[in-house]
Ligand binder design. Sequence first.
Ligand code: PLP
Length: 500
Amino acid sequence: MLGTFAETCDNVTYSRSKIGIYYRESSPATVTGENLAYFDGWKAYEENPFHPIDRPDGVIQMGLAENQLCGDLMRKWVLEHQEASICTEEGVNKFSDIAIFQDYHGLPEFRQAVAKFMEKTRNNKFKFDPDQIVMSGGATGAHETVSFCLANPGDGFLVPTPYYPGLDRDLRWRTGVNLLPVTCHSSNGFKNTVAALEAAYENAHEANILVKGLLITNPSNPLSTVLDRDCLKSLINFTNDKGIHLIADEIYAATTLGQSEFISVAEMIEEIPECNRDLIHIVYSLSKDMGLPGLRVGIIYSYNNQVVNIARKMSSFGLVSSQTQHLIANMLSDEDFVDQFLSERKLRLAARHAELRTGLDGLGIGWLKAGAGFFIWMDLRNLLKTATFDSETELWRVIIQKVKLNVSPGGSCHCHEPGWFRVCFANMDHQTMETALERIKIFTSQLEEESLNRTKPMAKKKKCWQSSLRLSFKDTRRFEDGFFSPQSPVSPSPLLRAHT
Ligand SMILES: Cc1ncc(COP(=O)(O)O)c(C=O)c1O
């Protein structure tokens, strides 16, 4: 059931020579998804980032799923709790205890505080056992470790589409496993259906790929949707019936807005007594719910003791530093702060969501009605020349080059239908959001004008967004070499480079 690595890890059979072969055989860009427009958008932004004074014509970054709306609350707490930092006068007496060697179990107070936080962000309806928590370098590291634990190179995980583009890198890059798309459709709000799961499972079977699990992201990135009780139950039953694992990425647990209710897989399994819990694993991190992606606090919560043991050993390669553990243990144990932070954060996110939503509604631009995450799934299907991904890319190039907004095209999220775009809204200030909406307004009115001109027989005016669609980078070599800046979501693998 588990991957070879997992099966042999306890006997210290760590060699995986097959993985090396896998690297050489696979095209790096295909495996990591580096060639997707999602990452091109990042490059364009890095070339010419928007600044209200220095670069008012620069690209506005709307491709970054980060909440920067609550940094002030976080800074205030850090300033008021200098004892939580070991590099301050108030905290330095703990320096030696914290800075000495720490093993991969993690500080007990850290795991306890994280377990409590995970309960809070799931409405305190059930308990998490701190002993089942394994640390990792963000959810990124958690995904890879789980993938290593559960699958062998060549095995596959079902993943409903569209999905977060980073998963190609996180689950596949070094493990050599496959991601098997489960096609979801806009006609039913991109719902995960058992029929679609069965079809993808069958396809894998025909392609001789052993399916080891189903990976869901709930709330969804990029859709912003949350799975309802019935759907979640059907996914648990499907995976249990097939005897495969269910990995729930719940990194956006505390980002629901309005009527949306997040239900954790941990809550659902309480209602399914016959569920085989050995098959259930949660991936979590503090990157989204606490807005701390730079601290790389990732969590694997597994109900399977074998996975916990092995993942813990593997976590040596991606531990959360004890300095960060100490800070986070203190911060999350301050329940008053956490409560206030979460409720204020909800208000600010809701206000920003409403701003973008209202702006799009006012311009007659559709979006998937959902309320979670830091993004809106925008529907521009009616702006495509043809219902193809080439047209989507063409439109995306116009949006980035002419409108100067870096949004993520649905194709980069493996969406099955062209014309959808993910628009992030929480990584900028109010003024920048206003500028972004203003640019969209100008763009849509230009399109209207062009369509009017087209109806006039003499009008030979070319669509302004049809010309010069290719992005031009000042120094293309930089990107051809596989160079990505530290802010870029994907960096090239030194292993891959060594082999090519
Ligand atoms: C669904 C999902 N999973 C995992 C990650 C990676 O998160 P982390 O920064 O904790 O590695 C992201 C980041 O955007 C994400 O959206």
